[in-house]
Design a protein around this ligand. Structure first.
Ligand code: NOJ
Length: 766
């Protein structure tokens, strides 16, 4: 057997075992079909490669954007010069182009169609940072299962999600697309999303291939400026930024996207340490790697490659199998010549093409290349999807403040309600970024949600009060094709503000919706300030000055400066961009049909100057002064990581560790009792934090190592159990430049957020 075939066999075998293991852990127990049988996949890949010309192989490595003009790529598809297309969502166009690939190319190799299915397709779920705030991996899994079902119904085979970038700088706009600051929470959400997209195995019916992105370190862009370089020390890389990606690999993710930025001066898309050493060699990833859009060509922009041909060589040899590109790829222009000049071997091209072909085989694309256009409509109209989206929005919301039990609202207490704020009746802003296929008509704004909940006996009125707008427009604005809103002049602005304040004055209650418009959070949506945009703060202060009860509902994808609101507004609910059913979810939460139970997936700063502020920091001197590191502001967050209130109350007690002392390599269990001490059924998220007191390096003051969202009836008590395995206790040590588990003494806390007080301890001996 030739060495190459043997390698492919070994590679495919490992993938099969991996997928099978994943299948056994998944929700369904359908046996994997032939399409993922290792030997069969391998034989088919090898047989195809044998027949392919070099140009056809390079064609498989090229992916191109299609923005509504399929004829522009038809010829290239017919010549076998493209392996994948992205951004097509019309099933008829997908079939048309697939027909060209399958019928007109020499070897009938189907295309794989990719799309940014980030938080839903037609049914939009809360943005990922909101889904993470549910602290409920099942909500994530269900959301992405539905997203996969809807996307696959139109012929999309591949989602460019989940985004697994840890974000500790909220100036970075893409914080909205991830799970926040913590590697443990991020890892749980990563695995859940992979399960949701892919189902029990790659190629599961009504599922699609997931693509973890952006590998890796993108969230640490300097100054929070999107696309700028990241400088991440090796221990932070291993202990903070890489774990969610590793969790996704363990969950069987089938593809990865290389990131845009320089990582420690080596572009992620040309970074063989990331793509070969970590991803493939260390973690055993068997899927394929796609570049981010134009990231291969940008290797030249980085000052890394001399020219586009050099970029193609550096991208491929670093481990990028497929190049995503607007227009022809650098691969299509440069790789054949690179083979001729010996800069790239045919074997390297074969390995990349093999990984992509294997994915197409596993997805069943050779057997079922076309999509049923009639069925698509039916799937997209499934009412249960809307129910799941509302449920997710309800579980994602975080109650930040509730003075004097203003919430839940008593419906009969208010004859008139003013719903105010620039996004309170905006469907786009209810959905958030990365939404393209939603049905606007069925998107429920907060105003509409409150109106239908309050019923005919209550007058619900709306006024925007202010307009908010980016100073530099978003590249996504054109996609929505919305007629531009005429900006108010100074006089009209003052009149609109007054109108809103008057409405608050003349109403029994105001629900004020503030935050950011959807285009203010997301790609290329970085900010240097975290202030409420435009004149929102003035509107807030004007409304509060009326003396009437005010509930502040926030719709945003990053923490904003609400320090004034946190002492002047009695009730604050963080709703994120809650999705298709957002308005109904907010109404259910405010009126108490549902009790908020979400928790913050990041530490909420008081002001931008505190950044970075994350709970898992080290303390090296005078920890008792931790809150007084600045002389002009407290150095604690406004709200800690893991924080969130409820309409009920909870108490934690009886924390126990199964053994007071274990050896390195042994596991133990931490248990604690959680009691709902209130009179209504509600959810609490029990959180386990540890602290290693000494060791080969200094360790963070606290690290999340377990969580469990439990629903408890009034006065019900339960015991939560958290296993602590050697994996939970090990970390990558700068001192040894490797993974260690130190003998040490450990603190353990269990409680409702990262300030948990219930304490126990244990020792790890050599
Ligand atoms: C660039 C973004 O960084 C990435 O997240 C996205 O998947 C691609 N564009 C395709 O839209």
């Amino acid at each position: 057997m030739p060495a190459r075939t043997a390698r492919l066999l070994a590679c495919a075998f490992a993938f099969f075992v991996f997928a099978a293991v994943h299948a056994s852990a998944g929700p369904a127990s359908t046996p994997p079909p032939d399409q993922i049988d290792d030997e069969k996949v391998n034989a088919r890949v090898a047989a195809l490669l044998k027949q392919m010309t070099l140009e056809e192989k390079i064609g498989q490595l090229s992916q191109q954007f299609v923005f509504g003009k399929p004829d522009e790529v038809e010829d290239a598809v017919a010549r076998g010069q493209l392996g994948s297309l992205l951004f097509i969502t019309d099933p008829a166009v997908i079939n048309q182009l697939q027909h060209v690939a399958v019928e007109k190319t020499r070897l009938h190799i189907p295309l794989i169609f990719g799309f940014d299915v980030i938080h839903g397709f037609r049914t939009i779920f809360p943005v990922p940072i909101g889904m993470a705030a549910s602290w409920d991996p099942l909500v994530e899994e269900k959301g992405q299962t539905i997203a996969a079902q809807e996307a696959s119904a139109v012929g999309i085979n591949w989602a460019f999600a989940p985004m697994l970038d840890i974000a500790r700088d909220p100036r970075w706009g893409r914080m909205v697309e991830g799970a926040g600051e913590d590697p443990y929470l991020g890892s749980a959400m990563a695995a859940a999303q992979v399960r949701g997209f892919q189902g029990p195995y790659i190629g599961s019916p009504e599922h699609i291939l997931a693509c973890m992105k952006h590998f890796a370190g993108y969230g640490a862009a300097e100054g929070g400026r999107d696309y700028d370089a990241s400088y991440i020390p090796e221990d932070q890389m291993w202990n903070v930024y890489l774990p969610p990606f590793h969790a996704a690999v363990k969950a069987g993710v089938g593809s990865a996207m290389s990131a845009y930025m320089d990582l420690n001066d080596v572009p992620a898309t040309g970074n063989s340490w990331l793509l070969e050493d970590v991803l493939r060699k260390d973690w055993g990833f068997k899927g394929f790697v796609v570049s981010d859009a134009d990231a291969v060509k940008n290797l030249k922009t980085h000052g890394y490659a001399k020219d586009l041909s050099g970029a193609a060589v550096l991208g491929l040899t670093a481990g990028v199998d497929m190049e995503m590109s607007q227009g022809p790829t650098a691969y299509s222009r440069g790789l054949a010549a690179a083979v001729a000049s010996g800069k790239v071997t045919v074997q390297q091209i074969d390995e990349a093409a093999a990984r992509i072909l294997a994915a197409k085989i596993r997805l069943g694309l050779f057997e079922h290349p076309y999509v049923d256009e009639a069925r698509a409509k039916q799937i997209l109209a499934t009412p249960e999807h809307r129910v799941a989206s509302r449920d997710a929005a309800e579980r994602s919301a975080v109650l930040l403040r509730n003075e004097g039990h203003l919430l839940p609202l008593k419906p009969s207490a208010y004859h008139s309600i003013a719903v105010l704020g620039p996004t309170a009746d905006s469907q786009h802003d209810t959905l958030g970024s990365w939404t393209f296929q939603q049905d606007m008509a069925e998107t429920v704004t907060v105003f509409n949600g409150i109106r239908s909940k309050a019923g005919s006996g209550t007058q619900v009125s709306y006024a925007p009060g202010v307009q908010i707008k980016r100073m530099i427009p978003s590249m996504f604005d054109v996609i929505f094709h919305e007629p531009p809103v005429a900006p108010w002049g100074t006089d009209q602005g003052a009149a609109e503000m007054q109108k809103a304040v008057d409405l608050a004055k003349n109403s029994d209650l105001t629900i004020l919706v503030l935050g950011e418009a959807q285009n203010m959070s997301g790609e290329r949506a970085s900010r240097e300030s975290l202030e409420l945009p435009g004149q929102e703060q003035q509107l807030l202060e004007g409304v509060v000055a009326t003396g009437k009860p005010v509930v502040l509902v926030l719709m945003n994808g990053r923490p904003l400066n609400i320090t004034w609101a946190s002492t002047h507004v009695p009730a604050i609910l963080e709703a994120w961009y809650p999705g298709t059913q957002g308005g109904n979810a907010v109404a259910n939460l405010l009126f108490g049909d549902v009790v908020p139970g979400g928790k913050l997936p990041f530490s909420w700063p008081r002001d931008v100057g505190q950044i970075p502020i994350n709970y898992a920091h080290n303390t090296t001197f005078q920890p008792e002064e931790q809150a007084r590191r600045y002389w002009d502001e407290e150095s604690t967050p406004l709200y800690p990581f893991g924080y969130g209130l409820s309409y009920s109350t909870f108490s934690f007690s009886n924390v126990k560790v199964s053994q007071s002392s274990v050896r390195v390599g042994q596991s133990l269990e931490v248990t604690a009792d959680v009691e709902n001490t209130g009179d209504i059924s509600a959810d609490e998220v029990a959180q386990l934090y540890i602290h290693q007191q000494y060791g080969s390096t200094s360790r963070p003051v606290r690290e999340l190592k377990g969580f469990s969202r439990v629903t408890l009836a009034a006065h019900q008590k339960t015991t939560v159990r958290f296993p602590l395995t050697p994996d939970d206790l090990r970390y990558w040590s700068t001192a040894t430049r490797g993974w260690v588990q130190d003998p040490s003494d450990f603190d353990v806390w269990v409680g409702p957020d990262s300030r948990a007080e219930l304490h126990a301890s244990f020792t790890v001996t050599p």
